[in-house]
Design a protein around this ligand. Structure first.
Ligand SMILES: Nc1ncnc2c1ncn2[C@@H]1O[C@H](COP(=O)(O)OP(=O)(O)OP(=O)(O)O)[C@@H](O)[C@H]1O
Length: 324
């Protein structure tokens, strides 16, 4: 039984079909990125898992049951939803202690959870003075209070600075690898999750477009081998004879499809051609994501309803071979 199971989930709000026949599972010890542009249906799916949205049809199950049927939900599932609100006058510690009391958990879990998310030094401070990033960490501490083995996180990186995002990546891997948790994390910013997740589920306009392992989703975007050098044209005939398709997008550059880098390198060696560059051009998840969601892959990121991308991550990653 999968820790998280979404089975043929469908939910409409009036005329808007927010989620349309979506199915996927998340296993213990893995992190799944739930990706899609704004309004894709991610939050509706996650809220269905937490019993906050009633599906029109299909199921959203945790440990094989509906959230409403869990006996001690906080010990099975922890969640961070968007726009989590806290009582501003309460300290972080008191906020969590209230939760401990309500859930029948020992008070000590409040400080332990704050420690886990790096807020131990802020336990006695009022939440009113917390930055957005600190609130996100507090929300995560809230999710962890019952030591659940399932984490459902809606855009948890919102408001975190680069160091905070780095910390979150490591923390999610720790939860999956060391604690055996099943982690489902939504995002519309690919760069936030692509270094963290094992599996990816992509939705757009309520429909699931693609799912698979990160490796599967990035390997099928092979964009050829780029080879450069003053005499590189001399390789063309040999490569074409080997069955490759060769383009020359600019002087001194060949783009080779249908041949691995080794074949291109061997051709250069055999012909005695000096190379200044030899790289396998491969799509990263971002390019795959943009293509799948119907956005022009080379377009700059849009604001508003578009897909956000991080400036630090180029739209095209060029690697010199090797599986990621
Ligand atoms: N309670 C609601 N009432 C009416 N429409 C809703 C409601 N919740 C979601 N929707 C609509 O359903 C669609 C999917 O929204 P949802 O919040 O699930 O998407 P999302 O992928 O989480 O987007 P975002 O990243 O912007 O939160 C959107 O068109 C949204 O306007």
């Amino acid at each position: 039984m999968a820790a998280i199971e979404i089975r043929n989930l469908t939910k409409s709000f009036g005329a808007v079909r927010a989620v349309n026949d979506v199915s996927f599972t998340v296993a213990a010890g893995t992190v799944t990125g739930y990706l899609g542009p704004n309004g894709a249906g991610k939050t509706t799916t996650l809220r269905s898992l937490l019993g906050l949205v009633t599906p029109d049809s299909g199921q959203a199950l945790v440990n094989g049951r509906r959230y409403a049927d869990l006996v001690a939900p906080l010990t099975e599932v922890g969640a961070v939803l968007e726009a989590t609100s806290f009582h501003p006058g309460r300290t972080a510690r008191n906020h969590l202690r209230v939760l401990c009391t309500a859930a029948g958990l020992p008070d000590v879990r409040a400080d332990e959870s704050l420690d886990q998310v790096g807020l131990a030094g802020d336990a006695g401070k009022r939440v009113a003075g917390f930055s957005l990033g600190m609130r996100q960490r507090l929300a995560l501490a809230t999710a962890l209070i019952g030591k659940p083995k399932i984490l459902i996180l809606d855009e948890p990186a919102n408001g975190l600075d680069p160091a905070g995002i780095q910390w979150l990546r490591g923390f999610l891997r720790f939860l999956a690898d060391d604690q055996g948790c099943a982690v489902l994390v939504s995002s519309h910013v690919l760069a936030e999750v692509e270094q963290t997740v094992d599996n990816v589920v992509i939705i757009a306009q309520g429909r699931m477009i693609r799912q698979g392992t990160l490796a599967e989703l990035t390997s099928d975007g092979d964009r050829g081998v780029r080879v450069a050098g003053a005499e590189v044209q001399r390789l063309r005939a040999r490569l074409e004879a080997a069955g490759a398709t060769v383009e020359s997008p600019e002087s001194g550059v060949l783009l080779v499809h249908g041949a691995p880098p080794e074949t291109v390198g061997q051709a250069a060696l055999d012909e005695g051609v000096v190379l200044s560059e030899l790289v396998r051009r491969r799509s990263d998840l971002e390019r795959v994501f943009l293509e799948l969601t119907g956005e022009p892959a080379d377009a700059p990121p849009e604001g508003g309803g578009g897909v956000a991308t991080a400036e630090a991550v180029p739209a095209v990653t060029e690697t010199s071979g090797g599986a990621r």
